[in-house]
Each structure stands twice: as structure tokens, then as C-alpha cells.
Ligand binder design. Structure first.
Ligand SMILES: [Zn+2]
Ligand SMILES: [Zn+2]
Length: 157
């Protein structure tokens, strides 16, 4: 499996391979080491985030929403051109085909395990089934926590 996280030292995003026996992972840019908490990785599963180390993680599709929306928009633009040329059937076909391709791409993309708190991402796990899907309430709780923390830091400076 591998983890993608934002390095606390240099602020860059880095990616590391790891398995159950891995004790720490190092940033590719500045070599800052992150020690993996014991028991965090067990039997091919991630029980808690290796970086922050929160145990609230969620599974989502590894699908770039921006890319998906961009693709649909592209379909709209092209079909708009077809409409302007009074090719109504072609316009509908283009819209239909882009929607279908989008759905197929979405269906075939794998899952990624994400940490609510630090947004680290875990891929190529044996199983992610024990983790819940995205929960807006939990997300909101972490977002507000982060906002309060930032506020407190700013006012103490
Ligand atoms: Zn770094
Ligand atoms: Zn985390």
C-alpha cells in the first residue's frame, strides 16, 4: 500500500510505499521522518492515520471531481456547437456519450482511504471495507476544529 500526505516540515505533498513491517516513512523532498504508530497498520488494513494520527478515516472513490465535471462541461460545449449548427440529434448523442463515459470511468476507479483530519490518502490496501463512507457531519466537525485552531494561532501571534 502507499500513503500520500502533506509533510509537516516542508509543506509539500509526498508519497511513500509501506507495509505492515514499516516503522517510519520519509518525505521525498526533505527526508523528514514520520514514525508510524504501533498497530496503525494491521493485516493489510489501516486502523488509524499514520500521520496525525486520528482514527477517523473514510472511503471515497479515487476520482477527480474536477476532471469529471470538466469532462461533462466539455460535452456541453461540443453539443452546444452541434446545436448552433442545427444538428439536434448529434447534440443529444454527444451529451449522452459523455455522460456514459463519465459513469464508466467513475465505476472503474478504485477506492482511496482518506483521513478527515489531515487529508492523508491511502491507496492499494487489501481491504477498506471496515471503513465508513464519507460523512458530512464528521467532516464538518474536523473543519470547524481546524478553523478554531487556526483562529487561536492567529490571535496568539
Ligand atoms: Zn518534507
Ligand atoms: Zn491524518
Amino acid at each position: 500500500m502507499n500513503v500520500t500526505f502533506c509533510c509537516s516540515q516542508c509543506g509539500k505533498t509526498t508519497r511513500c510505499d509501506l507495509d505492515e513491517g514499516t516503522l517510519d516513512v520519509a518525505c521525498r523532498h526533505c527526508s523528514e521522518r514520520v514514525v508510524i504508530p504501533t498497530g496503525a497498520v494491521h493485516k493489510g488494513q489501516v486502523n488509524r492515520c499514520l500521520v496525525c494520527p486520528s482514527d477517523e478515516l473514510f472511503v471515497r472513490k479515487d476520482f477527480s471531481q474536477r476532471w469529471g465535471v470538466g469532462f461533462i462541461l466539455f460535452g456541453f460545449v461540443v453539443s452546444g456547437v452541434a446545436l448552433a449548427m442545427r444538428r439536434h440529434m448529434v447534440a443529444f448523442e454527444i451529451l449522452g456519450v459523455t455522460a456514459i463515459i463519465d459513469a464508466i470511468l467513475y465505476w472503474y476507479t478504485g477506492n482511496v482511504l482518506t483521513c478527515y483530519r489531515c487529508h492523508s490518502e491511502y491507496r492499494d490496501l487489501e481491504t477498506m471495507e471496515q471503513h465508513p463512507r464519507f460523512d458530512l457531519e464528521v467532516h464538518e466537525r474536523f473543519r470547524q476544529q481546524a478553523a478554531r485552531l487556526k483562529q487561536a494561532q492567529e490571535s496568539s501571534e
